[in-house]
Write a protein that binds this ligand. Structure first.
Ligand code: ADP
Length: 193
C-alpha cells in the first residue's frame, strides 16, 4: 500500500497520517518531522534547513528528494508507506515518479484533506499560543498557506488526472475524519481486489 496525504498546513495531516499508517501497518513518513528532528538534534541537515522552516518557505528539492529516497530504502517500508508533506513541488512529483518506476511500483491513492482556510489559520494560531511556538506568527502562517496554494495545491490536478485523488472532508472530529479516510481508502483499494 503506497499512499500520499495532501492538504494545506494545519489541515491535520500529521495526526491523520499516524492513524492511517497504524490502520494499514505501514510507516507514516513526514518530511516536516524529519526536518524538525534534525533541527532539534543540531545535525548538519538541521542547520541547513532551520532558517527555511522558520520562514515558512520550502526546503530545496535536491535536499528533500534525497532524504525521501533514503527513507524509502528502510526495511519498515516493505509493506508500503504513507508520505505526509511530500511531494510538495512539481520537481518532487517527478522525482517520486522516477523512484517508483525504477522500483516497478506505483501509488495506490492520494488522499486530499479539504479544509476551510480561515478555520485552519485560527487553528494554527491557537496551537502556536498553547505550544508557545512564537515563530508561528500569523504572517508566517499566512505565508505557508499562500505557498501551499501556489506550489502544492496544483499537484492535486496532476494526480487527479491520473485518477488517484480521493477527496475527504477534513473538518470535524479527529476520529470522524479518520473514519472517512479509511472508508475512502478501503473503497479504492478494495476496487482492485
Ligand atoms: P505544515 O503541515 O505546517 O506545512 P510540515 O511538518 O508538513 O508542516 O512541514 C514543515 C516545514 O518543513 C514546511 O513549511 C517546509 O519548510 C518544510 N518541508 C516539509 N516537507 C517539505 C517538502 N516536501 N519540500 C520542501 N519543504 C518541506
Amino acid at each position: 500500500m503506497r499512499l500520499l496525504i495532501m492538504g494545506p498546513p494545519g489541515a491535520g495531516k500529521g495526526t491523520q497520517a499516524a492513524k492511517i499508517a497504524a490502520q494499514y501497518g505501514i510507516p507514516a513518513i513526514s518530511t516536516g518531522d524529519i526536518f524538525r528532528t534534525n533541527i532539534k538534534e543540531r545535525t548538519e541537515l538541521g542547520q541547513q534547513v532551520e532558517q527555511i522552516l522558520s520562514s515558512g518557505g520550502y526546503v530545496p528539492d535536491e535536499l528533500t528528494n534525497e532524504i525521501v529516497r533514503d527513507r524509502l530504502t528502510w526495511d519498515d517500508t516493505a509493506p508500503g508507506w504513507l508520505l505526509d508533506g511530500y511531494p510538495r513541488t512539481g520537481g518532487q512529483v517527478a522525482f517520486l515518479d522516477g523512484t517508483l518506476s525504477a522500483a516497478g511500483a506505483s501509488l495506490d491513492a492520494v488522499v486530499s484533506l479539504t479544509v476551510d482556510e480561515d478555520a485552519v489559520v485560527q487553528r494554527l494560531l491557537k496551537r502556536a499560543e498553547t505550544d508557545g511556538r512564537t515563530d508561528d506568527t500569523e504572517d508566517v502562517i499566512r505565508e505557508r498557506q499562500a505557498i501551499y496554494r501556489q506550489e502544492t495545491a496544483p499537484l492535486l490536478a496532476t494526480y487527479g488526472g491520473r485518477g488517484l485523488v480521493l477527496e475527504v472532508d477534513g473538518m470535524g472530529d479527529v476520529d470522524e475524519v479518520t473514519a472517512r479516510l479509511v472508508a475512502a481508502i478501503d473503497a479504492r483499494t478494495g476496487e482492485r481486489d
